[in-house]
Design a protein around this ligand. Structure first.
Ligand code: ADP
Ligand code: MG
Length: 311
């Protein structure tokens, strides 16, 4: 990158488990960062195209998707960009993306395609948020080569920590081979039910695990649990079907406030001396506000539960 050009913060949102809140977090954190004045590019790397749909983009109607960007050398990155809102752009996925894996198998530079093709437009952004598929194939590897940070969304469920531990180790291996500068900097607690004993225990184990890594040479040694945990909120589950971010759909709900505050926490990590900008007018105090709309006890026998209650 040229001298004088600033590199954006490039965040890959990854968890190999489905239904943990990756897309919801990528979309709404990205949108909150844009509202805070950051110029944000979102990239949908999941062939399911959930991020694109959540942003109101019809994946079948985009002229050039992230798939074209990866498989077509002549594709102009700026033509793949869709404007969503002030400060907010996106590169959409389409279902063809699933074919990229096999189509690129023989390309020796397959893991660097995204980084190379986006290099011309990256300097126009302050932050890039990449929504990854729930797997560690060539698409996720492209995200890990492009990114300088990883955020891991997770639910504080039985066995979730084992899954995150394995994910971190895999990211460690990937860092050693493809991107040594990559750091896992944040865990996002999603659909969080703070009042349950299980959630408290999982978070305490998670914090202990992170603390024990501080003096180790691992890419998650600077990791922290981003604040606040994102509460379970039905509006967050409804917004995607309207093709809207939570700030377009219901800007005053708990979900919007949680993601606004999360963006402030992310920004303070990136720029520790800056004042928080997004929560000045937020009225809800997440400490005193109810944690869930429908109180429920999580059962350890149901670790994969990922759907919302109908609150
Ligand atoms: N905080 C939340 N409260 C309520 N529902 C949520 C919340 N976060 C995510 N969801 C819902 O949970 C499901 C899985 O979330 P999603 O972000 O799509 O996960 P992933 O991308 O990891 O598969 C979706 O239906 C989504 O709308
Ligand atoms: Mg998803």
């Amino acid at each position: 990158m040229d001298a004088g050009r600033r590199e954006p913060h490039i965040v890959a949102v990854i968890n190999q488990k489905g239904g943990v809140g990756k897309t919801t977090s990528a979309v709404n954190l990205g949108a909150a960062l844009a509202q805070a004045g950051q110029r944000v590019l979102m990239i949908d790397l999941d062939p399911q195209a959930h991020m694109s749909l959540h942003l109101g983009i019809d994946p079948d109607a985009v002229e050039q998707s992230v798939y074209d960007l990866m498989v077509d050398e002549g594709c102009d990155a700026s033509k793949a960009v869709t404007r969503i809102d002030d400060n907010l752009d996106a590169i959409a996925a389409e279902t063809d993306l699933a074919a990229a894996e096999s189509e690129l198998a023989s390309n020796p530079h397959r893991n660097e395609l995204l980084r190379n093709r986006l290099s011309a437009i990256l300097p126009t952004y302050d932050a890039v948020v990449i929504d990854c598929p729930p797997s560690l194939g060539v698409l996720t590897l492209n995200a890990l080569v492009l990114a300088n940070e990883v955020f891991v969304p997770m639910q504080a469920h039985f066995l979730a920590l084992q899954g995150v531990g394995k994910l971190l180790e895999t990211i460690g291996l990937v860092c050693n081979s493809v991107n040594p500068d990559l750091q896992v900097t944040g865990i996002i607690l999603c659909m969080h039910e703070r009042q349950t004993m299980l959630a408290r225990e999982v978070v305490s184990d998670l914090e202990e695990f992170i603390e024990s890594s501080r003096d180790q040479d691992v890419p998650w040694r600077a990791c922290r649990v981003l604040q606040p945990p994102i509460r379970r909120n039905i509006k967050l589950a409804e917004a995607p079907s309207f093709g809207q971010t939570i700030f377009q759909y219901e800007p005053g709900c708990h979900g919007a406030n949680d993601y606004r505050q999360l963006a402030d926490d992310v920004l303070s990590g990136w720029n520790p001396s800056a004042e928080a900008t997004t929560t000045d007018s937020v009225e809800v105090d997440s400490e005193s506000a109810p944690c869930v709309e429908t109180p429920t006890e999580i059962t350890p026998t149901d670790p994969d539960r990922d759907r919302v209650e109908s609150a």
